[in-house]
Design a protein around this ligand. Structure first.
Ligand SMILES: Cc1cc2nc3c(=O)[nH]c(=O)nc-3n(C[C@H](O)[C@H](O)[C@H](O)COP(=O)(O)OP(=O)(O)OC[C@H]3O[C@@H](n4cnc5c(N)ncnc54)[C@H](O)[C@@H]3O)c2cc1C
Length: 390
């Protein structure tokens, strides 16, 4: 099928199957379950999964569409043009799936990938522990081999979405006597078992986006050891690179919606000859827009250059650092542009979009922490990209 025919095909498929409620909206990742636990979202998921378009470039043998780089680009452009939300999000698609494609055995791929593609199984990440965040390799959760299983004891923390997850990928200590990076293994385990206890962590905002997860003789099958025993650090690091490389979608060839910063600035400062009336606000909007565009184009260029499907590397830390910093600066700018309306928390004096903007601004404090803090990214860039001494 030519790319033009393919474009027509996916355009009409999206038009036919994407419900209006799954278009023209944004949401914060903490609210993903409100958006995706709906009948419309399920209909959209089923339609896209039926053609393997939930994970467009994964191999067809597992139920994915097996699209080429160019076909996927067309698909992403058409999704952006339709302003359609992705039919499936989460750690299955963005983290453990790519990691299994690279490190999993054939049996592991056949067992887990189809259920990720169909959206049947949701995953969470068991990395951080109360004493191990940036220094992740100091993790203490023990896994002891016993027949066909590993028996897990210990605690994970900040487990995003654990209360909604069916399975977890986890880093565990399988050799307590080895140097810290060498005694770690990467395992998969079912969350629905008596040995796993989940306690959602309530935030001051009232939401509970993440949990404490306790293991008391929890079981992980030996068949679900990914990579070699005690060599899980390599697998775990690669997964973090997939997490950090979650890049913005390619540019749409269709007209983009009005610049969100400019729209807000015009709303609060007025418009003069089609421009933001206040010079300082105009300058800030221009700078932020240019930086975001530069990042978007750089990500696109790197994606184009590595279209061979090469696994991501340490350079993903650059995108994580720049992208998360820009995201935080962007939400701060939106609060600044709104003036006193940009700090509304509740009450009749503030519109729904103003209250939501304040919440987004505060929630965005987390983007430079999860997936490794900005300081950790700078350490990786110094050592692994620039080759500076320790
Ligand atoms: C919204 C959110 C979702 C998360 N989801 C998950 C999840 O699903 N699963 C999971 O396992 N974890 C998750 N995390 C945890 C996250 O990975 C950790 O918070 C992060 O790795 C930092 O660890 P820490 O909080 O223990 O901070 P610490 O490691 O204690 O760091 C404290 C401060 O010291 C700085 N610091 C530490 N070491 C160095 C160093 N060597 N050089 C310079 N500065 C340093 C850090 O940058 C930071 O500013 C999530 C976190 C957040 C905020």
């Amino acid at each position: 099928m030519s790319l033009d025919t393919f474009r027509e095909d996916v355009r009409s498929y999206i038009a036919e199957h994407c419900p209006a409620s799954m278009k023209n909206r944004t949401f914060h990742f903490e609210d993903a379950h409100e958006v995706y636990d709906t009948a419309d979202a399920n209909q959209w998921l089923q339609a896209m999964a039926a053609r393997g378009l939930t994970t467009p470039t994964w191999p067809a043998e597992y139920g994915a569409a097996g699209l080429s780089y160019e076909e996927n680009r067309v698909l992403q452009e058409e999704m952006a043009a339709a302003r359609a939300l992705p039919p499936l999000t989460g750690m299955g698609v963005s983290m453990i799936g790519p990691t299994l494609l690279e490190f999993g055995t054939e049996a592991q791929k056949a067992r887990h990938l189809p259920k990720i593609i169909s959206g049947e199984i949701r995953w969470c990440q068991g990395y951080s522990e109360p004493g191990s965040g940036s220094d992740l390799a100091s993790l203490q959760t023990k896994a002891v081999a016993d027949g066909d299983h590993f028996v897990l004891n210990g605690q994970k923390i900040w487990t995003s979405g654990a209360q909604h997850a069916d399975w977890m990928f986890a880093l565990v200590r399988t050799d307590p006597t080895a140097p810290k990076h060498d005694g770690i293994s990467f395992v998969l385990l079912d969350m629905h078992q008596p040995g796993v206890t989940i306690k959602p962590i309530a935030l001051i905002s009232g939401s509970s986006p993440f949990c404490e997860t306790f293991f008391d003789d929890a079981l992980a099958s030996r068949d679900d050891l990914v990579g070699e025993l005690n060599k899980g650090w390599t697998v775990g690091k690669r997964l973090l690179q997939y997490e950090r490389s979650a890049a913005p979608a390619p540019r749409s060839k269709k007209p983009k919606p009005a610049n969100a910063f400019a729209t807000i600035a015009k709303q609060y400062y007025g418009e003069l000859d089609g421009k933001i009336a206040e010079p300082q606000a105009r300058d800030k909007v221009l700078r932020q827009t240019m930086k975001e565009k530069a990042l978007q184009l750089t990500v696109q260029r790197v994606n184009d250059e590595s279209r061979s499907g090469k696994a991501p590397g340490a350079t993903t830390s650059i995108f994580k650092f720049v992208g998360s910093s820009l995201s935080k600066e962007g939400s701060s700018l939106k609060a600044f542009l709104r003036g006193s309306a940009g700090i509304g928390w509740e009450g009749e004096g503030f519109g729904a979009d103003e209250v939501e903007a304040t919440r987004s601004w505060l929630r965005d404090r987390a983007v430079t922490i999860y997936g490794g803090t900005n300081e950790v990214q700078l350490n990786i860039i110094s050592k692994r990209v620039l080759g500076l001494p320790d």
